[in-house]
Ligand binder design. Structure first.
Ligand SMILES: [Zn+2]
Length: 262
């Protein structure tokens, strides 16, 4: 999961700046065919918007838009604002392009064509929720902790919206499955770790390169002076002897060979 920050500092919710002690995570979807989170950030980062969430989940990345412990306006605002604003961290999943709505129902939604999009959004939502549950010590399997907006309405803690149950079931996904997947992702700490052999090699090369630049300690000065005078160690041509680098077996036998020749 790629996580970045673009805090909605111009939104009235941010300016009021109330804080919460997070007790859960509420999953939303935007209810509009717009896959680009930046579009929402552009629209919401201004006064008089009357709604605000903690993050937008896009296909390629998750963008955090409020500090996690700031009170959001996602379960309704003003007279419709319900108690989940005081307890739940919220994020909006961006819906793909191509569909419209009629009375809360998706029209023209091609579930088969949108499957790859949905799977990536879903994985990002799982990873984000797992990360938040870990950070705030929440159990996603406890009742009322990880819920969607529609479930929040059923529980009387959110305004009357149907998300994400107008969308996710089109892909055969239930909120119960989501909670299970979040719980699994929490115990499976490697899920977020996208280490590859290529990346490891790159890190190892960086590490070895940094070692070549380390200074030798004073305690070895007599030995170094002796070895250099005897020609047992050779410099790297730039005046450095790479004393804090590891010696390969090849270099070791070469040093012994030089010593034997004396
Ligand atoms: Zn919602």
């Amino acid at each position: 999961m790629e996580l970045e920050q673009q805090i909605l500092t111009e939104n009235d919710c941010y300016k009021i700046g109330r804080t919460i002690k997070p007790q859960g995570v509420m999953v939303h979807s935007t209810g509009v065919a717009q896959p680009d989170p930046e579009v929402f950030i552009g629209r919401w980062n201004k006064p008089d918007v009357a709604k605000c969430v903690h993050a937008f989940v896009g296909r390629e990345r998750v963008i955090q838009t409020l500090p996690w412990t700031m009170r959001g306006w996602h379960a309704g605002t003003g007279t419709t604002g319900r108690s989940a604003n005081n307890t739940h961290i919220s994020f909006e999943c961006c819906e793909p392009a191509g569909h419209t709505y009629e009375g809360g129902t998706m029209i023209g939604y091609d579930a088969e064509a949108n499957r790859p999009y949905f799977e990536e959004i879903y994985q990002n939502a799982v990873q984000l929720t797992a990360m938040l549950c870990r950070e705030f010590g929440l159990n996603p399997l406890e009742p009322g902790v990880v819920i969607c907006h529609a479930e929040g309405y059923e529980l009387g803690v959110a305004s009357n919206h149907g998300d994400v149950l107008q969308w996710w079931p089109r892909h055969g996904v239930t909120m119960d499955q989501f909670r299970q997947d979040v719980a699994r992702a929490m115990t499976d700490g490697d899920e977020e770790d996208d280490m590859t052999q290529e990346r490891f090699d790159e890190l190892m090369d960086n590490y070895l390169a940094r070692r070549t630049r380390l200074e030798a300690g004073d305690w070895s000065a007599p030995a170094r002076a002796w070895a250099e005078a005897q020609g047992i160690v050779a410099g790297d041509g730039d005046g450095g002897f790479r004393y804090r680098s590891f010696a390969t077996r090849e270099e070791t036998v070469q040093m012994l060979y030089q010593l034997k020749g004396k």
